[in-house]
Design a protein around this ligand. Structure first.
Ligand code: GDP
Ligand code: MG
Length: 370
């Protein structure tokens, strides 16, 4: 759209090629009929020849298919925060997620949250909170690498008997890059060797200054083993989220991120989707990366069949043509045929970018060969 062939330009202006080439030459541009010139040059030639050029607006399939209109303020309603638990290995991330999951099983609710789908939602005194339950922070890293911003608040788990470790620092950096608030959970407070003061001291070196020392970092001493301090931690999560005034529009087609995906022998591709905006319905056509499909069935984090999922709600779905990748964006769309076309286009692009990376020798490669 920002360039045109000299011959093409001539024929569109109903001039001869020679006229255009001559005009270009007068402007100091040596170009043959088969050459491509940029928009600005074309515009000058056209003016010279008494014509006017306009940029062609090319609407891609993606633009036709995916609704990217901004929501109006009045259509937005509060949504649950999406929380990620990060920290060094063995500092207690899984234990904390398990404790929260089980402590929030409402008595009488069959089985409670038993289904591991990669994310779950709990109720904190009437406020829903969504936790990403993916192992470690690998998924979070993968998602960030793909530009998906799904989390609103990070809980940084640091073991009180250990301290800041390499993955703790990594986690802090991830949260900073994602520009999300960090709440520090000093875990394993039940241990006699727990030394929270030392951890607080260490945190200041990473510009996480505890509130009690005049900073703005919320620190919650907890034990994922006894449950001590976890209610307070959850209150702090809700408080922090409330300050962000997170909102979404449930009345539009769904958009969100793939949290987890795998191939199930019997059911085919299974994906956990986190709806970030809009509402996902059973029967919706969705596209996620190069995967397309119609949502055949949806299951929530409690293993119950559901027919719709609104903002911040995680659901496991079946019906995709192939397994999407964690971190892929997904969009519910109106036109299945066009969605397939877009998926094919994306596949072709992937292939060609893969090919262009093969056999390309960089300067660095050359130097390292010397
Ligand atoms: P992750 O690698 O961060 O997911 O850590 P885990 O949750 O797997 O915990 C690592 C180990 O620490 C396990 O043996 C847990 O039982 C133990 N652990 C986790 N939280 C606590 C705690 O609050 N107190 C004690 N005493 N042990 C804990
Ligand atoms: Mg773990």
């Amino acid at each position: 759209p920002d360039e045109i062939g000299v011959g093409e330009l001539a024929s569109r202006m109903k001039k001869t090629g020679a006229e255009v080439v001559k005009t270009l030459m007068k402007m100091g541009v040596m170009a043959s009929l088969s050459e491509i010139i940029d928009y600005d040059t074309a515009a000058l030639v056209a003016m010279e020849l008494g014509c006017k050029v306009e940029k062609e607006v090319v609407v891609t399939i993606e633009e036709k298919l995916i609704d990217t209109t901004e929501d109006k303020e009045e259509d937005l309603i509060p949504r649950a925060p999406v929380v990620v638990v990060m920290g060094h290995v063995d500092h207690g991330k899984t234990s904390l997620l398990d404790y929260i999951r089980h402590a929030n099983v409402v008595s009488g609710e069959a089985g409670g949250i038993t289904q591991h789908i990669g994310a779950y939602q709990v109720d904190v005194n009437g406020s829903p909170v969504t936790f990403l339950d993916t192992p470690g922070h690998e998924a979070f890293t993968a998602m960030r690498a793909r530009g998906a911003m799904v989390t609103d608040v990070a809980i940084l788990v640091v073991a009180a008997d250990d301290g800041i470790m390499p993955q703790t620092v990594e986690s802090i950096n991830h949260a900073k890059a994602a520009e999300i608030p960090v709440i520090v959970a000093i875990n394993k407070m039940d241990k006699p060797t727990a030394n929270p003061e030392r951890i607080k001291q260490q945190l200041t070196e990473y510009s996480l200054v505890p509130e009690e020392w005049g900073g703005d970092t919320i620190i919650c001493p907890i034990s994922a083993k006894t449950g001590e301090g976890i209610d307070n931690l959850l209150d702090m999560v809700v408080l922090t989220a409330e300050m962000r005034e997170l909102k979404a529009n449930p009345n539009r087609s769904a958009h969100g991120a793939v949290i987890e995906a795998r191939l199930d022998k019997g059911r085919g591709p299974v994906a956990t989707l986190l709806v970030q905006n809009g509402t996902l319905h059973q029967g919706d056509v969705i596209i996620a990366g190069t995967a397309v499909g119609r949502v055949r069935a949806m299951t929530n984090d409690k293993g119950q069949k559901v027919t719709e999922a609104g903002p911040s709600v995680p659901v496991e779905i079946i019906g995709m043509s192939e397994v999407p990748e964690a971190g892929d964006d997904f969009h519910a769309v109106a036109d299945e045929r066009m969605a397939r076309e877009l998926a094919e286009q994306r596949k072709a692009e992937q292939k060609s970018s893969m090919n262009s990376n093969v056999g390309k020798v960089t300067l660095e490669d050359l130097f390292s060969q010397i």
